[in-house]
Design a protein around this ligand. Structure first.
Ligand SMILES: Cc1ncc(COP(=O)(O)O)c(C=O)c1O
Ligand SMILES: N[C@@H](CCOP(=O)(O)O)C(=O)O
Length: 441
């Protein structure tokens, strides 16, 4: 769409908005400069990131635990905390995913109060990105965009393509060319224009910034980023509500750009601010893959800047070498007494298997990273066995099957005869299940 038309449609859309909104403006996280609500994401004065601000005193009078609990069974029960004006947000059933009280994984790790927030079953595309995209596309529509887009490591591409299809928006998605088949097919099925860029995510992102400037599309994680990122707060809200309107002692979450991590923090604090939960010190710990760990490195070395890296890891969804919110994530981990750890690709695969074998949850590589870091933090005494700990599982293993191929054995092929079954059964019992799988690998 031409810029002029886009501005006109934005104005029209503005007039159609419901007048009762709880969000005010955009504010620079660095210098505090304020901007009207529009499709921009960096401060013109200092290039700092922009964030949505809210009228918290107005919010206090609008929301109660009861009003939230009687709302939709989706992220939109927290609508007043999200930067959308419409009474009809795009609701594809995103959010309110299970918070599972862990028995077997907890026992295996020696924890007494471990919960798993399972966004591997989020709707519609099985990752936490459905949250941020539902918010971003609702806002995109309000701002008058008819074409939406994203730079993605896969999950965001799936969410943007699916939810744009549902909302009838034109969609262009950009991904690195070497992504897993599940992520590629998981976008193509919704018929977006899918561009596989020869380069890594950071290169895709740079290209998309240029395209955003030239074409004036609504890029969910570029010019719509202030609205998009707010969707991750719902991962904080839901956990607080599901714990019986209480905050946990410790959370462990994966880090790529660092946005998710900082927004869970913002979500907890907003609930405290409006009196929905009691204030409490929550420790924030983050997880990265060793092959792409710029945030973990900055944290461990006590740096106040992020040194970008060239990613090389099987955890492709979190392979961001130059993370936009990395420094804010390190600040949160430091001030809350948390940690940021990294794990090897082998540990990531073991993390995926551990979660599957103990809890029946098949997570993708980002989740394997998070479980492996959780284990590392427990083993090094950085998580106390009594702490109420929530580990965030943000994506589904069916999308990254390549990562575990060759590590999980194979089906035992038998003839359709009882004696064939019994021979294989005997052999598998003699060897033991694990050894048997190793023979097959
Ligand atoms: C499954 C999954 N988990 C976690 C993340 C990390 O999110 P963020 O970039 O907000 O740190 C991503 C993408 O970046 C992802 O796809
Ligand atoms: N992991 C993301 C990458 C981009 O997300 P951002 O919020 O860090 O900009 C994806 O799933 O594509």
């Amino acid at each position: 769409m031409h810029k002029k038309i886009q501005i006109m449609t934005q104005v029209i859309a503005k007039h159609n908005q419901s007048p009762i909104t709880t969000f005010n403006n955009l504010k620079c996280k660095e210098c505090g400069a304020e901007y009207e609500l529009q499709a921009i994401h960096v401060c013109e004065l200092c290039f700092g990131p922009l964030e949505v601000t809210y009228d918290y005193s107005g919010l206090c009078s609008q929301v109660t635990r009861e009003s939230i609990a009687s709302g939709p069974n989706s992220i939109w029960r927290y609508r007043q905390f999200l930067p959308v004006a419409s009474d009809h947000p795009i609701d594809v059933g995103t959010g309110m995913t299970p918070l599972v009280f862990s028995q077997r994984l907890a026992r295996r790790l020696g924890l007494k109060n471990l919960y798993i927030k399972n966004d591997a079953v989020n709707m519609p595309t099985l990752s936490f990105k459905d949250r941020v995209v539902s918010v971003a596309l609702t806002r995109a529509r309000e701002l008058g965009f008819t074409t939406v887009s994203c730079a993605s490591t896969g999950n965001l591409a799936n969410s943007t393509a699916a939810i744009a299809a549902h909302a009838g928006l034109d969609c262009y998605v950009f991904i690195p060319a070497d992504l897993e088949a599940g992520k590629v097919i998981g976008s193509l099925i919704y018929s977006p224009t899918l561009m596989a860029v020869e380069g890594n995510y950071d290169q895709v992102n740079r290209l998309c910034s240029e395209i955003a400037n030239t074409y004036g599309w609504g890029f969910v994680n570029i010019n719509l980023r202030p609205y998009y990122s707010e969707g991750s707060k719902t991962l904080g809200f839901e956990v607080a509500e599901q714990l019986g309107w209480k905050l946990p002692d410790h959370i462990v979450a994966p880090l790529a750009s660092g946005s998710l991590f900082t927004k869970i923090y913002k979500g907890f604090h907003e609930f405290v601010k409006v009196g929905l939960v009691e204030d409490k010190a929550v420790r924030f710990s983050g997880a990265q893959a060793e092959g792409c760990s710029p945030i973990a490195q900055a944290f461990k070395r006590g740096m106040d800047f992020i040194q970008p890296v060239k990613p090389k890891t099987i955890a492709k969804s979190i392979a961001i070498g130059n993370p936009a919110d990395g420094i804010y994530a390190t600040e949160i981990a430091r001030k809350t007494g948390g940690n940021i750890e990294s794990v090897t690709d082998q540990e990531i695969i073991e993390g995926m298997k551990l979660l599957a074998e103990t809890e029946g949850i098949f997570t993708e590589t980002a989740g394997g990273t998070t479980i492996a870091v959780l284990k590392k933090l427990v083993e090094s005494g950085k998580i106390d066995s009594e702490e109420t700990t929530v580990v965030y599982i943000t994506g589904n293993g069916l999308k990254t099957q390549e990562a575990v191929q060759g590590y999980i054995g194979e089906a035992l092929t038998i003839e359709a005869k009882l004696d064939s079954f019994e021979r294989k059964l005997e052999r598998s019992r003699t060897l033991g299940r694990l050894e048997w799988q190793q023979v097959l690998v």
